[in-house]
Design a protein around this ligand. Structure first.
Ligand code: 4NP
Length: 182
């Protein structure tokens, strides 16, 4: 990983500069259904800050732009693939709301469609600057420009999502921790 490439991204810099309290960084991961990609990102991000011993600096949550699965646990296929990596996903699905744009510092979209929907519902220009795409934290060698929706895919799709998110959440953690602490 090359931290410089993330540090050089003006969109990432602008979002980090708006973090209210660097000792209490609030990040929300967002996909369409909130049963596959974003709960996996939430779980992997939590695992990655625990690995770093910095979990007390982070509040981590996830939500969906859609309302199809509210109250449900993550998709059983995603739970099974995550469990094989030592990760228990027990988030309960919820829909993103306007208040999230006030309550969170960073709002991370899994693909460009989630991103466009979030931009549309952001209540202020300032809150639009909080929205980034997960792909902005991919390693430069990654061949994807978004986190592909695995819902209609087989096992490989779920494994790919977990691989992409493992690297991207670590890069997000390192970039934010390095740049937000004075
Ligand atoms: P996710 O995947 O956005 O990664 O949670 C999906 C889950 C459910 C649906 C679409 C995507 N759905 O249409 O029900």
């Amino acid at each position: 990983m090359n931290l410089l490439e993330f540090n050089d991204n003006p969109r990432i810099r602008r979002a980090i500069a708006q973090i209210e309290n660097p000792k209490n960084i609030k990040v929300l991961f967002v996909c369409l259904g909130n049963i596959c990609r974003s709960p996996a990102a939430e779980g992997l991000m939590r695992q990655s800050v625990i690995e770093n011993g910095t979990e007390n600096r982070w509040e981590i949550d996830s939500a969906g732009t859609g309302n199809y699965h509210i109250g449900e646990l993550p998709d059983p296929r995603m739970r099974a693939h995550a469990r094989r990596r030592g990760l228990e996903l027990d988030h309960r699905c919820r829909q993103v709301s306007e208040s999230d744009f006030y309550n969170f510092d960073l709002i991370i979209a899994m693909d460009s469609s989630n991103y466009a929907n979030l931009r549309r519902i952001a209540p202020t220009a300032e809150s639009q600057d909080k929205i980034l795409q997960m792909a902005e934290f991919f390693d430069s060698c990654t061949n994807c420009d978004h986190v592909p929706d695995p819902y209609y895919d087989g096992a490989d799709g779920f494994e790919l999502v977990l691989d992409l998110l493992t690297a991207a959440t670590r890069n997000l953690r390192d970039t934010v921790e390095t740049n937000s602490l004075a």
